[in-house]
Design a protein around this ligand. Structure first.
Ligand code: PXP
Length: 241
């Protein structure tokens, strides 16, 4: 099982101030030192968190693989063609959403044509291609037909479910993972996974990669607050001695 850490949320804090810290590229180095197998970033069309500069520097400095998440639109696809990251995950994108709300919808001919064309464009790039999909049979089948190399199963509904519904969502993920593997796809998963809910998903044998961001960054902020306050208090104390 590979852990890919999504550092978008570090960039969100930076963008809130429009300054140069915290830097997601520096955070990526620390994640790698902590054992991350790769770094995930989502270059959104509105550039609300990760910037082009972040991806460029990350590609130069990461010692592990970079998984670049993109919508299947021509301007970001052109950047992916130029940058050639180790992996590209196509995701749906809606401007108003707070975060990616669901998997790619592949139910219509038109949607499949659009994703198929994007995969075709990326074929020459040499990056591993993955589609972020809901854990259902049709989405897995369409992904295999379109020629993706991997799928990332959306775990958001599992993460939001409670009680008996959570067991149902876990069964859905387990089933989709088995179908995807049987169809020859590599199986990834992610979204909304936390220290509390990740264990049953990590136990699904077919899943070989998890993409986790918000929960890791949240714990870093809380876990670091005591030490960093002490460091600032020490500077204030020293200023008068
Ligand atoms: N996978 C995809 C496709 C995502 O869009 C995101 C969120 O950016 C993640 C994984 C990570 O989700 P989270 O931040 O909730 O761990």
């Amino acid at each position: 099982m590979r852990l890919y850490v999504n550092v978008d949320h570090i960039a969100t804090v930076r963008q809130a101030r429009g300054t140069d810290e915290p830097d997601p590229v520096r955070a990526a180095v620390l994640c790698e030192l902590g054992g991350a197998d790769g770094i995930t970033v989502h270059l959104r069309e509105d550039r609300r968190h990760i910037q082009d500069r972040d991806v460029r520097l990350l590609l130069e400095t990461a010692r592990t693989g970079v998984n670049l998440e993109l919508a299947a639109t021509s301007d970001v696809l052109a950047l992916a063609e130029e940058w050639r990251p180790m992996q590209i995950t196509l995701v749906p994108e809606r401007r108003q959403e707070v975060t990616t709300e669901g998997g790619l919808s592949l139910g219509t001919e038109e949607a499949r044509r659009e994703i198929g064309a994007a995969l075709q464009r990326l074929r020459g790039v040499g990056s591993r291609t993955s589609l972020f999909i809901d854990p259902d049979e049709d989405s897995v089948r369409f992904s295999a037909e379109l020629g993706a190399q991997a799928v990332e199963l959306h775990t958001g509904e599992y993460a939001n479910a409670r009680g008996a519904e959570r067991a149902q969502q876990l069964a859905r993920l387990t089933n989709a993972a088995a179908l995807a593997r049987a169809a020859g796809l590599a199986v990834h998963a992610g979204h909304g996974l936390t220290y509390e809910n990740v264990t049953p998903v990590a136990a699904i044998a077919e899943i070989e990669e998890l993409n986790i961001g918000h929960s890791i960054v949240s714990r870093a902020v809380l876990g670091g607050s005591e030490r960093t306050t002490r460091e600032m208090a020490e500077i204030l104390r020293r200023a008068r001695t």
